[in-house]
Design a protein around this ligand. Structure first.
Ligand SMILES: CCCCCCCCCCCCCC(=O)SCCNC(=O)CCNC(=O)[C@H](O)C(C)(C)COP(=O)(O)OP(=O)(O)OC[C@H]1O[C@@H](n2cnc3c(N)ncnc32)[C@H](O)[C@@H]1OP(=O)(O)O
Length: 215
């Protein structure tokens, strides 16, 4: 068998589980026995609604970041999100291909958006990413994410990104653990200039998503 066929076989094997559900997770990403299914908050954005950016300068979703991802996330049914991100020239790693860290950012941003459906503020504690196919510049990455379980402050989730259309082949996927935090996580750790700016211009943090944040 040729090397090329070997590669194709490897890729097909890695891709076989169409849902990230079939992927074995490392122990810290497996919900404990006392974990509960996620509960969509009654005031969560309606299915189909665009979430908008949570912070104008966010590298993932902010409109004020010229080289950011400008990722657009939309609420889905249950505790799910869909999102789209077009790979720009500024996002290259290898010539003409998306940088892996940028793709991980797209997954992280999409997974982070899920927490707004719970109306919980949470940060990424652990993010495990599989890069399955190269993603050329100009590609639209179609992302889907869902929360699988909640255990106290720990929120378990997974996501995948497809190319060529929402039902195209999987290019990247991730499993994550987000940890619920209080707003002081940001106000006590963020650089003073940005925190002051946010406090004096609350529109920088979109109220629609920052339900608990009242700068
Ligand atoms: C005013 C402005 C407001 C702005 C609001 C805008 C919001 C937008 C947000 C958008 C953000 C966008 C997204 C981003 O970009 S988020 C940016 C990237 N993430 C971070 O910067 C987070 C940095 N880490 C921390 O701050 C702390 O470590 C956290 C808060 C995460 C936990 O420290 P804390 O002291 O609080 O908790 P704990 O240590 O008692 O752990 C609690 C439980 O969790 C388990 N655990 C923890 N870590 C891991 C791990 N790595 N793997 C496996 N498990 C882990 C731990 O075992 C324990 O389990 P158990 O023993 O209970 O079973």
């Amino acid at each position: 068998m040729s090397t090329e066929n070997h590669h194709r076989d490897d890729r097909d094997r890695r891709e076989r589980p169409k849902s990230a559900a079939a992927e074995p997770a490392p122990p810290s990403l497996v919900p404990p026995p006392n974990a509960l299914p996620p509960v969509r908050h009654p005031d969560a954005p309606a299915p189909g609604e665009l979430l908008g950016s949570h912070y104008d300068h966010c590298f993932g979703c902010g409109e004020g970041q010229p080289h950011g991802l400008h990722l657009q996330a939309r609420a889905g049914d249950g505790v799910t999100i869909t999102a789209e991100f077009t790979v720009q020239s500024a996002h290259q790693g290898a010539p003409g291909l998306a940088h892996g860290g940028v793709l991980a950012t797209a997954l992280d941003e999409t997974l982070g958006s899920l927490n707004w459906l719970l109306r919980v503020i949470a940060v990424t504690g652990r993010l495990e990413t599989d890069f399955v196919r190269p993603v050329p510049v100009g590609t639209v990455l179609f992302l889907q994410a869902e929360i699988t379980a909640v255990a106290g402050r720990k929120i378990y989730s997974r996501a995948q990104g497809r190319i060529g259309g929402p039902d195209g082949p999987v290019a990247v996927r991730a499993q994550a653990l987000f940890i619920e935090v209080k707003v002081e996580h940001f106000t006590e750790n963020g650089r003073a200039d940005e925190i002051r700016a946010v406090m004096s211009d609350p529109d920088q943090i979109r109220r629609v998503r920052a339900f608990e944040v009242n700068p």
